[in-house]
Design a protein around this ligand. Structure first.
Ligand SMILES: C[C@](O)(CO)[C@H](O)COP(=O)(O)OP(=O)(O)OC[C@H]1O[C@@H](n2ccc(N)nc2=O)[C@H](O)[C@@H]1O
Ligand SMILES: Nc1ncnc2c1ncn2[C@@H]1O[C@H](COP(=O)(O)OP(=O)(O)OP(=O)(O)O)[C@@H](O)[C@H]1O
Length: 308
């Protein structure tokens, strides 16, 4: 009996959060193909579970929400995380990675990034690596702009291409309703659409609003003030590519949300509600309105990717 038990490989499981951008200002297109950002991220309780065990080779298997649309080859961001981390450690990247997906795929909630962050934390433990958080964050930034925030979690101000993070004080818990869209949106396509819309406006520039008011509202924990200050420069581009999202945004506010915003590059719409009871009511009404493929309730902020 003890013999057969020891033959079972021990899995390490990490819970990795999704995110919503409470504030996202997009600067000019840079020479490297990225845009400079000023953003405020919040990590949400809706998340993926990433499990790893020792194996002869590197594999990745996904189950759950939208698993059919997630690659099971080395292009999976969790597999790329394994390859980058192994290269840093000077070892082979062999491990079996299993992802239980809850974060909508191509939904603007950093699903792949969460899995990459989760794989980094899980594999660092499985491989018993002596690696500090800063080095892990540097590897994370190579994998994608949103991956460092997947490690960081909570609420943070992001600059650069979104990978440079400063913690933001946030009091209490915020209650969100997420409306999942039927079709995903490609992040590069949404940035391209923003550039196209801006070029068509012939030099008209938005005044960059500093997020100071939002940071104060977060520190005070006032949902109504935070709701009034939600802002996403990518929203017009996401709406241009998926015009039905206008109806979704209206439906959430009509259902009683304080306010709604497209999450990151979309198409998920995130609605901030006054409290838990309001979120339950908004979710029920939105489900009945037929504007979304599905509706989820989430709270934030929550911690970054961590072993469970
Ligand atoms: C929309 C956001 O989710 C907001 O947090 C992020 O900016 C996207 O982050 P991500 O999915 O991790 O994106 P990456 O994998 O780093 O980049 C994918 C593509 O998005 C565009 N991109 C991304 C980040 C950024 N600051 N500027 C960009 O223009 C680029 O075309 C890039 O090739
Ligand atoms: N582990 C993964 N989970 C989901 N998608 C992945 C993963 N690895 C690679 N992908 C690919 O990346 C594409 C974008 O997926 P993802 O769910 O990360 O988008 P997103 O949440 O909109 O990203 P972001 O919010 O960071 O811009 C998918 O269509 C899929 O082909």
């Amino acid at each position: 009996m003890p013999h057969s038990l020891s033959a079972v490989p021990t899995a390490i499981t990490v819970h990795a959060p999704s995110k919503v951008n409470l504030y996202l200002r997009v600067g000019e297109l840079r020479d490297d193909g990225y845009h400079d950002l000023t953003t405020v991220f919040q990590a949400l309780s809706l998340g993926d579970d990433v499990s790893v065990v020792h194996a002869e080779e590197l594999t990745v298997t996904t189950t759950g929400e939208g698993a059919n649309n997630v690659p099971d080859d080395p292009t999976n961001l969790a597999a790329r995380a394994a390859i980058e981390l192994a290269a840093w450690a000077g070892r082979d990247p062999s491990a079996a990675i299993t992802i239980l997906k809850q974060i909508p795929v191509a939904g603007g909630m950093a699903g792949g990034s969460a899995d990459a962050a989760g794989a980094l934390v899980a594999l660092a433990q499985l491989w018993k690596l002596d690696i500090d958080r800063d080095t892990l964050a540097t590897i994370a930034a190579k994998l994608g702009s949103d991956v460092p925030f997947g490690l960081h979690g909570a609420t943070a101000l992001g600059t650069g291409r979104g990978e440079q993070l400063i913690p933001v004080l946030s009091r209490g818990q915020f209650h969100w309703v997420l409306a999942l869209a039927r079709e995903g949106l490609s992040t590069p396509a949404v940035y391209r659409e923003l550039d196209r819309l801006r070029a068509a406006r012939e030099g008209a520039h938005d005044e960059p609003l500093p997020p100071d008011d939002l940071l104060q509202a977060l520190a005070a924990g006032t949902a109504a003030r935070v709701a009034a200050l939600l802002h996403n420069d990518l929203q017009p581009a996401a709406l241009s590519l998926q015009p039905t999202l206008r109806r979704t945004l209206r439906a959430g506010v009509d259902a009683g949300a304080l306010s709604g915003v497209v999450s990151g590059s979309g198409p998920t719409c995130a609605f901030l509600c006054a409290d838990e009871e309001s979120a339950i009511n908004v979710a029920a009404e939105l489900s009945g309105a037929g504007v979304a493929r599905g509706v989820r309730i989430a709270t934030g902020p929550v911690p970054g990717a961590r072993v469970v």
